[in-house]
Design a protein around this ligand. Structure first.
Ligand SMILES: Cc1cc2nc3c(=O)[nH]c(=O)nc-3n(C[C@H](O)[C@H](O)[C@H](O)COP(=O)(O)OP(=O)(O)OC[C@H]3O[C@@H](n4cnc5c(N)ncnc54)[C@H](O)[C@@H]3O)c2cc1C
Length: 479
């Protein structure tokens, strides 16, 4: 158990648990991006800002700008807000197909957002899921008892040794390299295979990239948030609704080109309309920037193009199976070594979601493999894997969802990761404004919290600060 868990438990015991820590709903919120610096690099005056994308980054930026009196237009390609935060109703329950957790909720601004609008949070600690998971081998056999405890202790030692490494200007050593050196010290081949399997699965599920390129050392000091993981009750939908500002958000507006021309920017959408302003803030996912689906005129500067290429945008797909009844033994989750199945990491989300539900999390190469299957193939495969692992034939699920983030033209993958070899200069180049008028936000531009919703949120706040020349912004929250 981590120090954060212990603190959370102690706080709960005295009535300060996440759900109890409420403030008056809604209202104005003065917030910064983790520091009071005023970022430079934008030119004045700010007459009209066109924000591209209505995910956490775009909504936070638009809200901060609008509350300060700026003229803001948001162009959003999809017919909904939220981007990679997308809650759906499935068999009568709310399920998040994209972001689901507020990770390290202590001190995390999204915890504060939830508390301010009285959205309850429920603890759902992923370290505990791994620690309690049933381990199932290639022939359906369970890896249990003393061997399992030894394995978990070994994995905890590996993780804390990796976490003790300092940050570096250039991240060179990979998790795969460290893992190979570590497992080479294990005499028993079965122990070696299990250690390799669990560490690979956990790392790739967290980072969305393969361990072969995942760096051991982060580029930047961690943000300093604490604790395990919380779910916002009712899903991320509520947080998106609370953050949505009272500005024009044009949905179905697919941006195809952005032009900088003197002191004007013009943004053209697929329907042929062009909007003009003094500044444009691009918050589309890194996967969209990599694809070249948006044309920039003039072309983006070389360092930014290099950063777009170098920083990784990984895969993560979910398979959600909702059952009529829980017809399996109660367990936090399963880690399944069934051949090389990509459906290897499963959560039993019955407790947290309030209905019998199993969810596969397929990150990194596993996510890519799931993306290459049809929905039908994925569900058939999932059912076969579960039947073998649980040693019984489960009835057909009453509802299913298979995500397609890889194929979605407005995300083209799941979230970013900084592969070994990327540098602080790459991170800075991705974020840097161009000509003082073309600005960038979105999770990939957060040096400390890329890949997370809170990183997307603070990146939007950062760019609103840059445009306003202030140390913080105000957001008007909706109840
Ligand atoms: C499966 C999955 C699970 C995740 N789990 C978690 C989790 O548990 N916890 C966590 O903290 N994070 C998680 N994340 C990451 C998190 O969802 C993102 O970091 C965050 O939502 C990104 O917000 P954003 O504003 O940067 O980008 P987005 O939310 O992607 O917003 C960008 C917006 O730009 C729009 N857009 C794209 N192209 C165009 C265009 N051409 N014209 C106009 N608009 C365009 C998109 O439609 C989108 O609405 C997960 C992500 C995925 C995919």
């Amino acid at each position: 158990m981590t120090g954060g868990d212990l603190l959370a438990r102690a706080a709960k015991a005295v009535g300060l648990g996440p759900s109890e820590n409420r403030r008056p709903p809604g209202g104005r919120w003065t917030v910064d991006d983790g520091n009071r610096d005023v970022p430079g690099g934008s030119v004045r005056p700010v007459r009209r800002v066109i924000v591209i994308g209505a995910g956490f980054a775009g909504l936070a930026a638009a809200g901060g700008l609008a509350a300060a009196g700026a003229d803001v237009l948001v162009l959003e390609a999809r017919e909904r807000r939220g981007g990679r935060a997308h809650t759906v109703r499935l068999g009568g329950i709310d399920v998040d197909l994209g972001a689901a957790w507020i990770h390290t909720p202590g001190g995390n601004p999204l915890s504060e957002l939830a508390d301010r609008v009285a959205i309850r949070r429920t603890a759902y600690n992923l370290d505990r899921v791994v620690a309690g998971a049933m381990l199932v081998g290639t022939d359906g056999e369970r890896y249990s008892g003393y061997r399992r405890l030894k394995l978990l202790a070994r994995i905890a030692r590996f993780s804390s040794a990796a976490a003790r490494r300092p940050t570096g200007e250039r991240t060179a050593q990979t998790v795969a390299g460290l893992l190979a050196a570590y497992t080479a010290t294990l005499a028993d081949p079965e122990e070696r295979r299990w250690t390799e399997f669990v560490i690979r699965t956990v790392s790739e599920t967290q980072s969305s990239g393969p361990v072969e390129t995942a760096p051991v050392t982060p580029l930047a000091e961690p943000a300093g948030y604490r604790g395990g993981d919380d779910l916002p009750v009712g899903g991320y939908r509520g947080l998106i609704a609370a953050l949505t500002p009272d500005v024009e958000i044009r949905t179905g507006a697919v941006v195809t080109s952005i032009r900088l021309d003197g002191d004007e920017v013009s943004v053209t959408t697929a329907d042929g309309r062009t909007e003009r302003g003094s500044h444009v803030l691009v918050t589309v996912p890194l996967g969209v920037l990599k694809s070249g689906a948006i044309e920039f005129r003039p072309a983006l500067p070389e360092p930014k193009l290099r950063a777009i290429d170098a920083i990784g945008f990984g895969e993560f797909e979910k398979v959600v199976l909702r059952y009529e009844t829980r017809c399996w033994e109660k367990l936090p989750g399963l880690l399944i070594r069934d051949g090389d199945t990509p459906l290897r990491a499963w959560l039993d989300a019955t407790g947290p979601l309030g209905a019998p539900t199993l969810i596969a999390l397929a990150g990194g190469p596993a996510g890519a493999a799931v993306a290459s299957w049809s929905e039908h193939e994925t569900v058939e495969h999932a059912r076969a894997v579960l039947d073998r692992a649980l040693g019984r034939r489960l009835p057909p699920p009453v509802a299913v969802e298979v995500t397609r983030w890889h194929h979605d033209p407005f995300s083209r993958g799941a979230y970013s990761h900084y592969p070994a070899g990327t540098t602080v200069a790459d991170a800075e180049a991705l974020t840097a404004p161009v000509a003082g008028r073309l600005l960038f936000a979105g999770e990939a531009t957060s040096p400390t919290r890329f890949g997370y919703t809170d990183g997307a949120f603070t990146s939007g706040v950062r760019e609103a600060k840059r445009l306003l020349g202030t140390a913080s912004v105000q957001l008007v929250l909706r109840d």
